[in-house]
Design a protein around this ligand. Structure first.
Ligand code: XIL
Length: 580
């Protein structure tokens, strides 16, 4: 069932001002102060005739909507850019690590194309410094889409700026234009500002892999871990060679250190991993064991390890990397299993099914995953497609055979250039149809040119895009990064490629901050939910419903039928209602 959120306008203002520690509002464009008609220019800077394009403030006289004014932009045969004035000018002086951002809301009136495809342009003052952002501008009707753009070069003399799209013959509404100063050197000492804080609110997990020597709460590293993440995975501590170094001789000390730290700081733990071709103790390889002995060894290992942490570890990567590289089974096809695995060589496929059954017997509450790399790009000709479909076919087969498998882990050792967020979302949706979770388990995103701010922005946008998926899908509850600081990753050259969320000195990177913003957005929306219970008391039983432009979309509708409206934001009785 869809949920209705009542958004009280004053509360929204509140949430902006409270975020001030990392984000300061530099300017809020209030149309009430700025006249009614705005000048419009073409891309060369020539004025566009008002017969062709116009930008007019619409006075919202309708008290039922309770909203301020909005700018109605009509663009004719010439791509047009609207000029705004910044009464006191924008200061160009920025401390190191500080960043300016513009956010605004665009609304698409009825009858307009579903997606604005085009380049967004923001230009400042006379010394025009352009910030362009290509790609689709997605502005569904009546839904607020907040876009944010980094502004790199605001000249100190800038008192004017222009914004627009290189699209002809469109019409849209523009509102809530804000300039922010964002401090990306923000030191996360305030627990109420962290990604973990917001993730906790919405029941999602931002995880990280660790080794016990990183878990010293008196160090900056230890603090970074418990303040910013709510899930831990042993980078190596729970693997076969760490836990069973000689036959039936178990060593849980490393894993215990992680579990204890997690419990102290109220974090979840993922167990990684039970059956893997790599980091399996040498004695298993050397022992020349028969199939039956190998299965006995695996069964004993799983019962001892899962049993030891029963109730303390919420989920396990039961089998890891069992699929062959470079396969192309195609839709509806089969899958190819990795042949260079000591488990597969000696037991055949059976070890996979058995491992799940034993893990389930050892801890019936544990959530059980199959985990692999190069999984997540469903279509689009991406090089991962074949293995992704192989995983789908294997997981489907296990599910149909009644094996207790609950989800698929996409390791996502990828790169800024290769990752396609939309493809990951498709994969999540496909596994959802199978009734399986689909999570991100070992994310890192090296860049090819990470000292450039454009690649930093792309990395941040992709990290945030994945966080957004985590927030929107019930079957994708977690996202785990494979390391904390850029200089300490398992990846070679990590210092150069900067794959992770924190600087070597544990300062938050833009990528981390964007994840905070994403989780915060959903946490704020979720915080409105308690109001729903009282909706009948707050609103009349029969209501007129307006879109954000103040246009009536339904007359005298029963409140109880309100969920039948298409997803989006509406105004009812002076309150914003979000139907999703
Ligand atoms: C890596 C660790 O990060 C390294 O410290 C170790 O030397 C090798 O393993 N896929 C996995 C992880 O499932 O367990 C791997 O971790 C990275 C690839």
């Amino acid at each position: 069932m869809r949920k209705i959120l009542l958004l009280f306008i004053c509360f929204i203002c509140f949430s902006f001002s409270f975020a001030a520690d990392k984000k300061t509002l530099v300017h809020n464009f209030n149309y009430e102060d700025l006249g009614t008609q705005f000048k419009v220019y073409d891309v060369t800077g020539a004025v566009v005739d008002s017969d062709i394009s116009s930008a007019t403030v619409i006075k919202d006289e309708n008290s039922a909507t309770g909203f301020g004014n909005v700018l109605h932009v009509k663009v004719g045969d010439v791509a047009s850019y609207i000029e705004f004035e910044i009464p006191n000018g924008m200061t160009g002086t920025k401390a190191s690590g500080e960043f300016h951002t513009l956010t605004f809301t665009i609304l698409r009136p009825d009858g307009q194309p579903e997606t604005f495809k085009g380049t967004f342009t923001l230009s400042f003052g006379n010394t025009v410094s352009l910030k362009t952002n290509s790609g689709d501008i997605n502005a569904p009707v009546s839904v607020e889409t907040t876009l944010s753009y980094g502004v790199n070069k605001v000249s100190s003399v800038s008192k004017k700026f222009r914004i627009g799209f290189n699209i002809k013959n469109v019409e849209y509404y523009l509102d809530d234009i804000y300039f922010w100063s964002v401090n990306y050197n923000y030191d996360y000492t305030d627990p109420l500002q962290t990604a973990r804080y917001h993730a906790d609110q919405i029941g999602k997990n931002l995880g990280v892999c660790v080794s016990p020597n990183q878990l010293n709460a008196s160090t900056r590293e230890g603090q970074t871990i418990y303040r910013n993440f709510n899930m831990l995975v042993g980078e190596n501590a729970m693997k076969f060679d760490a836990t069973e170094p000689s036959r039936n001789n178990f060593n849980f000390s490393q894993g215990d250190a992680i579990v204890n730290f997690a419990q102290k700081y109220d974090m979840e733990v993922r167990g990684h991993t039970l059956a893997w071709h790599s980091q399996t103790s040498q004695w298993v390889h050397d022992g020349k064991y028969s199939k039956k002995e190998m299965l006995d060894i695996l069964k004993n290992h799983i019962f001892k390890v899962v049993g030891h942490w029963k109730g303390k570890i919420t989920e396990w990567d039961v089998v890891n990397e069992v699929l062959q590289d470079g396969q192309n089974p195609g839709v509806g096809g089969g899958y190819q299993l990795r042949t260079n695995s000591v488990w597969y060589e000696r037991c055949g496929e059976e070890f996979i099914d058995s491992a799940f059954v034993w893990a389930h017997q050892a801890d019936p509450d544990a959530i059980l995953y199959i985990n692999d790399y190069n999984i997540g790009h469903w279509g689009g000709g991406h090089y991962e497609n074949g293995k992704t479909h192989g995983m789908y076919n294997l997981a489907k087969r296990l599910k149909e055979d009644g094996i207790p498998i609950h989800g698929v882990g996409m390791q996502m050792h990828t790169s800024v250039g290769n990752l396609r967020v939309d493809e990951i979302e498709k994969t999540v949706q496909e596994f959802e149809k199978l009734g399986l979770k689909c999570i991100i388990t070992e994310l890192d995103m090296p860049g090819s040119n990470p000292s450039t701010s454009s690649e930093q922005t792309t990395q941040a946008t992709k990290y945030a895009g994945l966080a957004d998926i985590i927030c929107r899908y019930d079957n994708a509850p977690s996202m785990v990064v494979w390391g904390i600081a850029d200089n300490k990753s398992w990846l070679e050259n990590c210092e150069q490629t900067k794959p992770l969320l924190f600087e070597p000195n544990f300062a938050a990177k833009k990528s981390y901050l964007k994840i905070v913003d994403t989780f915060e957005k959903y946490a704020v929306a979720a915080s409105f939910e308690p109001v729903i219970a009282d909706e009948e008391e707050l609103l009349p039983a029969v209501v007129d419903v307006y879109n954000l432009m103040g246009q009536k979309v339904a007359s005298q509708m029963l409140m109880e039928d309100i969920e039948t409206l298409p997803a989006g934001l509406y105004i009812v009785g002076g309150k914003k209602i979000y139907i999703r």
